[in-house]
Design a protein around this ligand. Structure first.
Ligand SMILES: CC(C)(COP(=O)(O)OP(=O)(O)OC[C@H]1O[C@@H](n2cnc3c(N)ncnc32)[C@H](O)[C@@H]1OP(=O)(O)O)[C@@H](O)C(=O)NCCC(=O)NCCS
Length: 164
């Protein structure tokens, strides 16, 4: 991908593109799950729990929405999503750097223990494992990961808690 990424704040007009990006990205990551069947649930969650409560930044390449990140006032990252065709391109790096800029004292998130790519991504950006939990929606086991400003952003090898 040769064009550069730009970041900006979320606008209401982004909703359709953001929700479709969520659907197709998670469908790519978990092909066995029917994310289209979850769209109404997700739209309600997007409107009711994320937009308005969290700061949402979107990433664009050539005016196409290719990613977004949500960061609430407690530094909780509920969502970071990058279009599959932009994986490995640096878009996700830009979004997590923006999340750190929005919450410089620290970030926290939950990630599915079988989401090895995301865990590798977070470790690369200085996040460390901070416990285990279960997703309240799906019941899936999740890893709690945290980043603090004092921790290095240097890549570190994934340990056994990384889930793969
Ligand atoms: C998570 C996400 C935003 C990361 O963006 P990305 O562009 O894929 O991330 P990057 O390519 O920069 O980094 C992924 C790293 O994990 C590594 N990786 C890939 N597959 C891996 C695996 N199976 N096990 C361990 N590490 C893996 C990659 O090599 C890369 O590290 P490197 O740059 O040192 O090579 C993106 O993959 C995504 O949108 N996934 C679907 C939604 C999601 O899972 N969101 C997070 C939920 S908590």
């Amino acid at each position: 991908m040769s064009s550069s990424v730009s970041l900006r704040g979320y606008r209401p007009a982004d909703e359709t593109a953001a929700i479709e990006l969520w659907r197709r990205t998670w469908q790519h990551a978990y092909p066995a799950i029917d994310f289209s069947a979850r769209l109404a649930w997700w739209q309600a969650r997007w409107r009711g729990e994320l937009v308005g409560r969290a700061r949402v930044r979107v990433a664009e390449i050539d005016n196409d929405l290719v990613g977004f990140v949500t960061v609430d006032r407690n530094g909780y990252v509920d969502q970071i999503v990058v279009a599959p065709e932009a994986w490995g391109s640096g878009v996700a790096n830009a979004l997590i750097a923006e999340a750190k800029r929005l919450s410089p004292s620290g970030l926290k998130l939950h990630v599915n223990v079988d989401n090895a790519r995301a865990i590798g991504f977070y470790r690369k950006h200085g996040f460390t494992a901070a416990g285990n939990d279960f997703n309240p929606h799906s019941g899936a086991p999740v890893l709690i990961m945290r980043w603090h400003e004092t921790e290095s952003d240097d890549p570190s090898p994934a340990g056994p808690a990384g889930g793969g």
